[in-house]
Design a protein around this ligand. Structure first.
Ligand code: B12
Length: 211
């Protein structure tokens, strides 16, 4: 079993989508519990991807392939995990703020959160503050993630937080923000709960915010 776990984690690291799906099925057929496959093989593999991304060993395209491989493995596990009622790490709605069309970083954060065991709901790009408000009402998430890549759209993060405050929803969620021009100081200034500089840190941060 240990060998199987390592093989899955390795294929995941290398972004081999088909192999991960097949090996996850093999592990289940061999009698491994879905929760074990998830934690020991997939999440462990994804943690390594996160560490190496932070360290500059892996880059965006590689991480995207790993995240897709993670998704493929999760697709095999999901029905079984639902049966065994394994709690998700938390629910997060994410999107790029109004006026901003950049979504590569936001997609990466969504995929990494997904890979980290969160239920990550991608709301899209160019989102009006009211769209975040509606999504919080509809999905009742634990976390809200906002992305901005332009200095001109960063202000929309503040507008979104204000809209959540006006709707009486601000205290029901933790808010994390990111994007190239965003800083921890800016997060504090606009009343967000946290800032992460990259997708791997975003997952660590989301876990901290859930604790
Ligand atoms: C690709 C790109 C585009 C693409 C976007 C394609 C897409 N689907 O996203 C296109 C061509 C459409 C584009 C358009 C424009 N762009 Co542009 N673009 C870029 C570029 C080259 C890369 C951005 C990127 O994807 N980086 C890779 C990802 C992985 O990194 P990231 O986004 O920073 O995300 C990471 C972290 O920031 C963090 N993160 C991101 N989001 C979140 C969210 C949360 C919650 C958390 C916790 C973390 C987090 O984690 C991510 C993963 O590690 C940047 C330059 C740069 N180096 O940043 C310019 C850049 C952002 N663009 C710029 C500009 C000016 C524009 C345009 C205005 C150009 C024009 N004149 O039309 C338009 C604006 C369109 C609009 N309204 O949004 C400027 C912004 C300048 C500024 N200070 O405001 C930049 C910096 C280029 C430059 N040096 O001038 N762009």
């Amino acid at each position: 079993m240990a060998d199987m776990v390592q093989r899955i984690a390795k294929k995941l690291y290398h972004g081999d989508i088909e192999a991960v799906a097949e090996l996850v099925q093999d592990a289940l057929d061999a009698g491994m519990a879905p929760s074990e496959v998830l934690s020991d093989a997939l999440l462990a593999g994804m943690d390594e991807v996160g560490r190496d991304f932070k360290a500059g060993v892996l880059f965006v395209p590689e991480v995207m392939f790993s995240a897709r491989a993670m998704k493929a493995g999760m697709a095999v596990l999901r029905p079984l995990l639902a049966e065994s009622d394994i709690a998700s790490a938390g629910k997060c709605v994410l999107g790029t703020v109004k006026g901003d069309l950049h979504d590569i970083g936001k997609n990466l954060v969504t995929m990494m959160l997904d890979g980290g065991g969160f239920e990550a709901i991608d709301l899209g790009i160019d989102l009006d503050p009211s769209t975040f408000v509606d999504a919080v009402r509809e999905h009742k998430p634990d976390l809200v993630g906002m992305s901005a890549l332009l200095t001109t759209t960063m202000v929309q993060m503040k507008a979104t937080i204000e809209a959540l405050e006006e709707a009486g929803l601000r205290d029901s969620v933790k808010i994390m923000i990111g994007g190239a021009p965003v800083t921890a100081a800016f997060a504090e200034q606009i009343g967000a709960d946290a800032y992460a500089p990259d997708a791997a840190t975003a997952v660590d941060l989301a876990r901290e915010l859930m604790a």
